[in-house]
Design a protein around this ligand. Structure first.
Ligand code: GDP
Length: 335
């Protein structure tokens, strides 16, 4: 099949659940070429009525916690036991910065990747216009249009992308190790506050006891931390991807969450907020592109930086001047 398809080919392929076409469409939305971007927007627009029907799950945790093993186990469970189609999108902020990857995504989740009811897409790159979350959100919508019931968005748990991912999913699951020590708690606190559930991983063999202790500790921490307006109080589970112990608990927690949030209207409200904030993010990224395109603004910016450094003008004053330059350039070259 050729690398680039036309609008109809993308749309038909996606709606038929063709995984090869889906993968090509995601490549298209990640492209930075402006003609690709225009086609990507049309593809997204055309499939939009077919989106929204999945449960979107964010999964995070530090490297080594067992994310890929868990997703593989959970994905197979969802497919085999509940006949659900599962898509996995991974977001790895390291890959675009260092060209290396914390997630080492090539060899991960091999069995799940081969399953005809699964689709796995490694790292969105941060170089795409609008950033990682932007592209992941679009990829997520394409997967929904392709008929996937569960979309898992995996992040690496080091803090950069979790907030963004929280804003594109319905349920946020944090994987934790038992007894990982206090040095990791610093990064986890903020992330913990976003979690709808924590699963203590590797609860098998000698580790079961530690996992149970950690469960009690985190459950206690949640009691003192939060209940938000959704009325959901975060759950702490233990699980093993090797023995499959606790995988059904995780499933039941998810189902319970979905049922309750749909019943009280919070599910829809949250999605509506996310949709509106998507619009604003797009608007901001269009402004950024416009700024980058405006040679006059860039040139003026360099001059103003010098004036700020020499204390001739305040940073606020310089910003206001720069803003005027941008407005003038927009007026002269509307695009
Ligand atoms: P990731 O970096 O978070 O994706 O972690 P991986 O899924 O690659 O797992 C890291 C290591 O932990 C691997 O050596 C796995 O075999 C091991 N592991 C993952 N899940 C389990 C589990 O449930 N039980 C045990 N005992 N080991 C596990």
């Amino acid at each position: 099949m050729k690398a680039r398809l036309n609008l109809q080919e993308y749309v038909t392929g996606i709606l038929q659940g063709d995984r090869v076409v889906l993968a090509k469409a995601i490549t298209l939305i990640e492209s930075t070429r402006s003609e690709d971007r225009a086609l990507a927007d049309r593809v997204l627009e055309t499939v939009l009525p077919h989106t929204g029907k999945s449960l979107r799950i964010g999964i995070t945790g530090v490297p080594g916690v067992g994310k890929s093993t868990f997703i593989e186990a959970f994905g197979k469970y969802a497919i085999e036991k509940h006949k659900k189609k599962v898509a996995v999108l991974t977001v790895d902020p390291s890959s675009s910065l260092t060209k290396g990857s914390i997630l080492g995504d090539k060899t991960r989740m091999e069995t799940l990747a081969k399953h005809p009811m699964a689709f796995i897409r490694p790292s969105a790159t941060g170089e795409a216009l609008g950033g990682i979350a932007h592209r992941t959100r679009e990829a997520l919508h394409l997967c929904e249009a392709a008929g996937f019931d569960f979309i898992i968005v995996e992040t690496v748990g080091v803090g950069q992308s979790e907030v963004a991912v929280k804003n594109i999913v319905d349920f946020f699951l944090l994987l934790m190790l038992a007894g990982a020590g206090d040095e990791l708690q610093g990064i986890k606190k903020g992330i913990m506050e976003m979690a709808d559930a924590i699963a203590i991983t590797k609860a098998d063999g000698d580790n079961v006891k530690h996992a149970r202790e950690a469960q009690a500790e985190y459950q206690h921490a949640f009691h003192v931390m939060r209940t938000d307006d959704s009325g959901w109080s975060p759950k702490v589970l233990t699980c093993s991807s090797l023995t499959m112990e606790g995988i059904d608990d995780t499933w039941n927690t998810l189902s319970d969450f979905e049922k309750r949030m749909k019943a009280n209207g919070y599910f829809e409200t949250r999605r509506q907020h996310q949709q509106v904030s998507w619009m604003h993010e797009c608007f901001e990224s269009l402004i950024k592109i416009q700024i980058e395109k405006s040679a006059r603004t860039t040139q003026h910016s360099t001059e103003l930086e010098q004036l700020v450094l020499r204390k001739v003008i305040t940073p606020q004053g310089a910003a206001a001047t720069l803003f005027q330059t941008l407005l003038t350039s927009l007026k002269n070259n509307p695009s």
